[in-house]
Design a protein around this ligand. Structure first.
Ligand SMILES: Cc1cc2nc3c(=O)[nH]c(=O)nc-3n(C[C@H](O)[C@H](O)[C@H](O)COP(=O)(O)OP(=O)(O)OC[C@H]3O[C@@H](n4cnc5c(N)ncnc54)[C@H](O)[C@@H]3O)c2cc1C
Length: 340
């Protein structure tokens, strides 16, 4: 909606929506993270927070109410069981035009990125992709959407003053999910989607899971990451050994992924995954801004680097200046000793 053409429409656009992405019927963690942040934003706007869930008739709405949503809009249809760009876009466009949310937040997952871009075009509004911060302008009451720009060298705050809804995608793990204990009245609004033949030109014939992805980096509580400072592809073995001794997952810098030492599934950073583990151990990683963008949310950061001036030490909780080829094996021995 272009408010310049329809200035009287502005008050009709109210509330914050969060797209409750589901896969195999399971609502993804990013939806709960966005709902938690939406509750913060809603305090300044004094508005409701709603989740929007698309799926088949069996789709489960209850988990959303644990995160304090005021309403859940549900569109159930057999063709919405699994994500497909066209039927999801058409259904959500109908829902947005019917219920008029002021803000619409979507997880910057592979599904969310595809969907948000299509939807923004369909409903004629802007979209700020991959935000790392959201706020409400206290005077104008519009959404301030912050994201890295120019290769991560500046943080740009973008607004969308003339169009509704204001749309943003946010990566998983940028915000923390906060459960709200209080039992809430379960306000579910059912929307009946009309799926047209033209939206069903693509069919899912089979889904093949990538078996090489053994761990979900974004859900790991401990991550041990290797950078170019581990010197050789074969030394990822010691990174794996430390991760496994600690019960954690293996991460990597882009330099190592680009060198073909490890698959891109492990890359942490601006063009990799955003992670927020309890413990992040960076081994031989310089700590360039693009890497920090993906791991600064970790509770405790341990950095091992032989250069005392490496930028990683600026964000590290504990810094070890030294050769990771000596320190990592020593750590593995110590962890194993303590486990016995
Ligand atoms: C648009 C854009 C997006 C990007 N996205 C990402 C991203 O998502 N993730 C990412 O990681 N990078 C990203 N980068 C790349 C980033 O700028 C860096 O080039 C990269 O992170 C460097 O990786 P590194 O720290 O492993 O390697 P290097 O910069 O080569 O650093 C290696 C470090 O290891 C230390 N070292 C060397 N030998 C040892 C040793 N034996 N023991 C201990 N320490 C040692 C060195 O002192 C150095 O600090 C991006 C860049 C651009 C332009």
């Amino acid at each position: 909606m272009d408010l310049r053409k329809n200035p009287n429409e502005q008050p009709n656009w109210k509330g914050i929506w969060v797209f409750a992405e589901q896969r195999d019927g399971i609502i993804q963690s990013v939806a709960f993270e966005l709902l938690s942040e939406a509750k913060n934003l809603a305090r300044t706007l004094s508005c409701e927070v709603s989740a929007v869930l698309l799926g088949d008739e069996k789709i489960e709405v209850d988990p959303l109410f644990e995160y304090g949503v005021d309403k859940v809009y549900v569109a159930a249809h057999p063709e919405l069981k699994n994500y497909l760009t066209a039927p999801y876009t058409s259904t959500l466009a109908e829902m947005v035009n019917t219920y008029k949310p002021e803000i619409f937040l979507i997880g910057a997952t592979t599904i969310g990125r595809d969907l948000a871009a299509r939807l923004a075009i369909r409903i004629n509004c802007g979209l700020t992709a991959d935000c790392t911060g959201l706020a409400i302008d206290p005077e104008k009451k519009i959404l301030q959407q912050t994201r890295p720009a120019f290769g991560g060298n500046i943080m740009a705050t973008i607004i969308s003053p003339n169009h509704r809804p204001q749309m943003a995608t946010v990566r998983p793990k940028v915000f923390k999910k906060i459960k709200i204990q209080k039992q809430k009245e379960k306000n579910v609004i059912k929307f009946s989607p009309v799926i047209k033949g033209e939206d069903l030109l693509v069919k899912i014939l089979e889904t093949i899971k990538d078996e090489s992805v053994k761990v979900n980096l974004q859900e790991a509580e401990i991550i041990v990451s290797g950078g170019r400072g581990i010197c050789d592809q074969k030394n990822f073995k010691m990174i794996e050994d430390l991760a496994s001794a600690l019960g954690g997952a293996v991460g990597a810098s882009r330099a190592t992924v680009d060198a073909g030492w490890i698959s891109a599934h492990h890359q942490v950073g601006q063009t990799g995954k955003t992670v927020a583990p309890k413990l992040y151990i960076a081994c031989g990683i310089a700590g360039k801004i693009q890497h920090l963008a993906g791991m600064q949310g970790a509770e405790t950061i341990v950095a091992i680097n032989k250069d005392p001036d490496a930028p990683i030490f600026k964000v590290a909780t504990y810094g070890i200046v030294g050769d990771c080829l000596e320190i990592v094996p020593a750590l593995i021995r110590k962890v194993k000793e303590l486990r016995i």
